[in-house]
Design a protein. Sequence first.
Length: 61
Amino acid sequence: MKERRKQIGMSVQELALRSRVSVSYIYAIEAGSRGSHIDKLTRIAQALGMTIDELWKDSPS
């Protein structure tokens, strides 16, 4: 997710705003320290112009 966000030149703040989740939630997901709800992941993927499958594939293990 972080790689895609940076690739398209989007800040954490902009992604949070577009996906309607908190900035701290985005940071936590990118760090791999927080699980995520499917509805929030769907909104984040849409904000990044990705499918949820593409987002999930790129997530830290």
